[in-house]
Design a binder for this molecule. Sequence first.
Ligand code: OAD
Length: 257
Amino acid sequence: MNQASIQDLKNRIDAANKRSKMSQEENIKLARDAFLSAERVVVFTGAGISAESGIATFRDPETGALWSRFNPDMFSSMSGFLDDPGLVWEWKDALTEKVRKTKPNKGHEAIARMGDLKEVAVVTQNIDDLHERAGSQKVLHLHGDMTVRCTVCDWTEQHHTVDNCPECKALTRPNVVWFGEMLDDGILTEAQRLIIEADLVIVVGTSMRVEPAASLPTFAKRLISINTRPEDHGRLAIQAITLTGKAGEILPQLLND
Ligand code: OAD
């Protein structure tokens, strides 16, 4: 590390220490000012943004923790799928049904309203369509979406209605990124570009445990982190204005509500 980067790190640690002594109200004001002065904003979301709509998260014990109840090797990997495609589809269809029946919450709605004021892109790890239904215009899904595709050819469909591809007869699969699979290169590159070019990145409701998604916010010039668990601000804490609480309560406050 050269002298300039050591100084930069010291400055960031000083700023983080100062922020940690500030009240949540002062930090919200800081975050609101950061939002108001930004032109291009990326909102980077994880399962926590949808928790207040009743969708379970993957690791948060307070909000469902899917991966402590269901083995990800079984339900989120190609080998698990090939062992028992019917079981994986049954599980996935139940989750999809739950998403269809629920509605966007105040957090999704605040993010959509941000788009009326600024150039906003949403980069989400979620496969649900709650950002779109709330009205966000530009949404990139890093880990796939609710559509269905063929395991072999290019066939895709909106809903799971057939188990075998009408084109090539191979198995159909959920259009999600399973463990051990690569993210779509085009989507990842576009997300990285948007984050690098943004004046502000707002990270909401993610435990930041899954790569490469978790590394994307570290490219941000300026960061806000919103999470119910203080420990889950994690490595962002040194750079970010950290706001601890529910997304649906904090995000509207950044819009001066
Ligand atoms: P996690 O379940 O790992 O983390 C959810 C985060 O949301 C936790 O940090 C919670 O503290 C926080 N949280 C819960 N309720 C909240 C609320 N109302 N407001 C704000 N924060 C809240 O979910 P992700 O980080 O999204 O990947 O998980 C990343 C990836 O792991 C998922 O996309 C999925 C999973 O395996 C794939 O399926 C490929």
